[in-house]
Write a protein that binds this ligand. Sequence first.
Ligand code: G4P
Length: 530
Amino acid sequence: MSDMIKEIKKRRTFAIISHPDAGKTTLTEKFLLYGGVINQAGSVKGKATAKHAVSDWMDIEKERGISVTSSVLQFEYGDCCINILDTPGHQDFSEDTYRTLMAADSAVMVIDGGKGVEAQTRKLFKVCAMRHIPVFTFINKMDREARDSFDLLDEIEKELGIPTCPVNWPIGSGSLFRGVFERETRTIELFEDTMKGTRMGTVKKISFDDPGIAEYVEDEAMEQLQEEIELLDGAGADFDQALVDAGELSPVFFGSALMNFGVESFLNHFLSMTTSPLPRMSDQGLIDPMKEKDFSAFVFKIQANMNKAHRDRVAFMRICSGEFEAGMDAFHVQGGKKIRLSQPQQMMANGRKMIDRAYGGDIIGIFDPGIFSIGDTITTSGDRYSYEGIPTFAPEHFARVRQVDTMKRKQFIKGINQIAQEGAIQIFQEYNTGMEEIIVGVVGVLQFDVLVYRLRNEYNVEIILEKLPYEHIRWVENTDLDIKEIRGTSDMKKVKDLKGRPLLLFINSWSVGMTLDRNEGLILSEFGKE
Ligand code: G4P
């Protein structure tokens, strides 16, 4: 095996998805602790600093136009080189959050044991399901009163449509939490407060059949555990690596990120069950990083104007195959040109770092003089294949946008089109109006502020935003259908996107169903496919 293939095989590139407050930051922090990147919990940008960053965005970091929130954390752990992709939540939730998942090979889904599946978990999971990537579930906060474990699994299966397979099982929760039972080894890991993760706690293990267990776990709790194990063994799905690989079965783990309990065991199991960089589909078939020697990558995110003085942009790309070397030449397939990949950088826990070498599975940021678009392919292969495009994700907030000064029509159209091309916003037009009045759709509301700010500062255009009540958008998949013929509900609006694809906007999901009922054969999609 060549050194390059060895390096690629070591990579584990994944995203952590969760609803805000489920414990994503805390879990990431514990991973870094085990990776030796930090010595003490609390050194990662925690929630407090993340909040700070959001408010800073308006005051101090305005010139950036956008806050730098999406980053990758890289560290070595055991034989693996781990790349954790951050998926911004809270107000920073945007299309980038979804696009980041296009660069991951698997996902860790953190669920708050007291709350279960929440809105943002659902949305992010949908993207993972669309890609059929493996999803691992960590049910967090077991040190607090949690919901019934069977109910939680039921909810995941029903709401997300993925069967689950518990790898371990909790003994109680909250003040009665005694630890977790590892099903394969039939051992119990005893819960103890590891000083809130300020050190890597030593976990005490004891065999389920050891009589000494009575010292740690009350008889009643043991009886309940016994019953639950029998139920699980009888009714639960068996672990099946092939189903996990296909994203059709989610291994489930219980623990407490804050107390640093169950994290190390989760990390070890997860790393052995998840995957090295996966092959990717291109217009010339699957490109397998274990076979393809040439460098190839695709752009999944563009960060604009990080430094206004230079009007620079950074294109973030996921390397799919081969080896990257700073300053190397490669072919930009969509631009049809050879380019030099300069100023490569990696976003690290503690800021940006210049890098000179990277491998399949890694994420790098490249200086972009304004030539890249989301989804573009860069490769040194003579075959010049291009990777499958990144879908457009359904915006959830809409506004009608008008310019204040109609004399600046040209700047307005240029600005709004450029910002849309970068993927920060989506623009739609009604069928019978011109570009003076357009509808803007965004995934996260913060993007509206970004739009106003950037048009004012970069294009000298003032706009008026009038929020619209639409919440649901569907792309019309039928290619042979005249959009005029679609009979919808009274609240429905017909629009087209930048590429001229027809779409329907709805105020509520009931209208979506009604419209489907009224138009036989109509196919609507939540993703705008290339
Ligand atoms: P997020 O990134 O998913 O938004 O969640 P984050 O890790 O910031 O955690 C949200 C809150 O939940 C934090 O408390 C955190 O300490 C707490 N938390 C995370 N994991 C656990 C756990 O296993 N058990 C318990 N009991 N709490 C957990 P906070 O008070 O809101 O913030 P902070 O002041 O502690 O930072």
